[in-house]
Design a protein around this ligand. Sequence first.
Ligand SMILES: [Zn+2]
Ligand SMILES: [Zn+2]
Length: 382
Amino acid sequence: MPMSFLNDKSFSNKTISLVYRLQKSSIPSALSFKLIGAISGIWPIKELNDCPLLYHSSAVLCVDGQTELRIIVEDKRVIVYLTHKLSKHFISPNIAASIQECLTLTLEAVLTFYLSSIGKSYRIMNVSNLFQIEIGEICDRSPCVVSISKAVNASNWVCDKGIDHDTKCSRLWFFDKAQKECQSNCTGLDKTVLTKTPTDKHLARLAKQLSINKCKELVLYLGIEETEWEEIEYVHQKQPLIMKFMALKKKPFKSFNDLLKAQEDIKDGRHLLCKVFREDTDLVDIADVRLQDIPHDDVLNGLSKHLGNCAILLGIELGITITSIEETMTRHPRDMYLQNEDILKKWKSSKQVTPTIYRLMLAVERVYSGGLSYLTDIYLGQ
Ligand SMILES: [Zn+2]
Ligand SMILES: [Zn+2]
């Protein structure tokens, strides 16, 4: 893989790293294929000018439109870089943890198979003792990493280059996905994130966490008129989630800071904004290379009839702009099936990211309006 990405000075601000270091034996040559194969069943290999970025022992994968993963397999170590376009502070904790879990499991499985094939009994040895995991950042064009216990137990470390590294982002590799609320030592969103503008997806996820009353309190505090709230309530009366989203959308936020301030001022001290960055990763367990294909038009048409009244949210989760979603809603004002169908069509023809079945399943799962079992039956049925 060309390593020129390391020359970009901003790369280190956008990236966290993880290194598997093998104790004694070298990495079996088939390992790079197995590791890359396992992870590319979940996230597709990135393409540049129609050319997949897949090399002899490394690859670049596309986690979502903004997050990229690089795996480089060397003789005695595996280097993993996870990069968010804007900043490492935007990396979703659940995604980082899922990638780590998937790679660790695959590495263990491959080593077990390899050791048993050369006659060593894997039963008596604990495979995970054969490698060490270190996590960290990037320093001077290479991974600057420490042991997990060091990263978890300290808020920073100073490396041999004299650079002070914060452990907050590195710890994401071991984020506890089952944890619902933030830990007591959570300091909330980083300054870099607070200055950025929330996207529609962020607002939709925030809307999901607010009760109707809390949402009303928040938007009225932010300066929306009572009459405007009532209008939104009237238009979207049977869809509370969309109603809350539309109300939040009514008041354009310049930054996450505006939202945080308002939330503090109305005395809602929960870490709702931290949760906005979590991604659902339940589907990672069923990921399969078949899900990296592009869904057929017939399946999309069928799916639109298995979904409820969810075109707006579905569009947001699929990354369609709100103007384009509104255009769909105006074109098909009273037919939710046609709305869903139109949104799915727009998504499939958009060129931003490859419209894979897996991405579609993630979005469908997020909007909680049915349709997921329809897709799993079709694609994972036999
Ligand atoms: Zn360093
Ligand atoms: Zn928090």
